[in-house]
Design a protein around this ligand. Structure first.
Ligand SMILES: Cc1cc2nc3c(=O)[nH]c(=O)nc-3n(C[C@H](O)[C@H](O)[C@H](O)COP(=O)(O)O)c2cc1C
Length: 345
């Protein structure tokens, strides 16, 4: 049983239902990307068809610098979503993260809901666990099991302090967690990525994570899915609902977080996510220093429809990104990351 007395499976189904059918997007906070503009270059010295989105991360080649962010697993319905997302990731050559694998570790009979390698043998695949579990019963053993369960290339540990704090019986003993993350980084034998879940990473936290040995940081900033909003919908009482609602718009907007983290840890590979709408937003994130750009809620909505719609949705984002690169004369991802044609409004 999870701390709030619902089974993992029920909780995962609730997350899917709420994210698909309720509006849990930030209300006042935006990603902040609208405050940046790629400066149009009317005479690009290149052919659109030669613009390359290809990139490499953790030694794995990708056809585009895009990531389906960590979402689900642990319930039968989640398997269908994961297989759809993974099939689309394989077809388009982008990366994918699985949702928290705690359910599959506690109950082996749920491991199949995460196992997507049979449809996605080549993609960069990221395992996922809540970092906070390392302050309770988990150690590097469970982290290794998460990676092995899905034959992942790397492990994501997510930080979700506010989500835990506003829910009934959440895990709120966070003291000393950095040390536990450091131990996992040293012993796992696979890259460890640390991400937020939609409240962003500050400069200080980025420096702490770098000193702990993490291989990459996903800022997962505010402006998209709000996990305080999801918890407000799940709240069993008016008290807890109002508690969670106060944090609906909490967090560092994605663009601000990216800018701060880029400055704090200049050589750290960064993933940008949280409220990314389209390929133009993705282009801005890369120009701000990201190596990969992640989408969660938009991918869930596509995957709920069909594999074809998911592939089409990814191809649309890729084409928007390609044309944005063409529009500023950036022939490849490195040129976009180093472009001078980005201004803050
Ligand atoms: C249905 C759903 C489930 C999620 N589950 C996880 C999870 O298990 N682990 C995790 O690290 N992040 C999880 N997230 C957070 C996303 O990975 C992402 O950081 C966040 O939703 C912001 O991206 P978005 O605005 O594009 O949705 C989940 C998001 C959604 C929509």
């Amino acid at each position: 049983m999870s701390p709030d007395d619902t089974t993992h499976e029920t909780r995962k189904l609730e997350h899917l239902r709420i994210n698909l059918h309720e509006n849990v997007q930030a209300r006042q906070t935006t990603s902040g990307l609208e405050r940046y503009r790629l400066i149009h270059q009317a005479l690009p010295d290149l052919n659109l068809k030669d613009v390359s989105l290809a990139t490499t991360i953790f030694g794995k080649p990708l056809r585009a610098p895009l990531l389906i962010s960590s979402m689900t697993g642990g319930a039968h319905e989640a398997e269908r979503i994961n297989l759809t997302l993974a099939t689309a990731a394989q077809a388009t050559g982008i990366a994918m993260g699985l949702g928290s694998q705690r359910a599959g570790i506690q109950d082996k009979s749920l491991a199949y809901t995460y196992q997507v390698r049979r449809v996605a043998p080549d993609i960069l695949l990221l395992a996922n666990l809540g970092a906070i579990q390392l302050n309770y019963a988990y150690s590097v053993d469970q982290c290794r099991r998460a990676v092995e369960m899905i034959r992942a290339d790397a492990l994501i540990l997510h930080l979700n302090s506010i989500q835990e704090a506003v829910q009934s019986g959440g895990n709120t003993s966070w003291k000393g967690l950095l040390k536990q993350i450091e131990k996992v980084c040293a012993a796992l034998g696979a890259p460890v990525v640390v991400k937020e879940v939609g409240f962003g990473i500050s400069a200080d936290v980025a420096r702490q994570l770098a000193s702990a040995g993490v291989a990459a940081i996903d800022v997962a900033g505010a402006g998209g899915t709000s996990w305080a909003a999801v918890e407000a919908y799940r709240a069993p009482s008016a008290f807890l609902r109002e508690l969670a609602e106060a944090f609906w718009d909490w967090g560092i907007p994605t663009a601000d977080s990216l800018e701060r983290v880029r400055r704090a840890v200049p050589s750290m590979p960064l993933i940008a996510s949280g409220g990314i709408k389209d390929g133009v937003d993705a282009a801005k994130c890369i120009a701000l220093g990201a190596s990969l750009v992640g989408f969660a809620a938009p991918m869930l909505k596509l995957a709920d429809r069909s594999v074809e719609d998911t592939i089409d949705g990814i191809k649309l984002i890729e084409e928007q990104l390609r044309i944005a690169m063409f529009g500023i004369g950036a022939e490849n991802v490195d040129a976009l990351r180093n472009t001078k044609h980005l201004e803050k409004l």
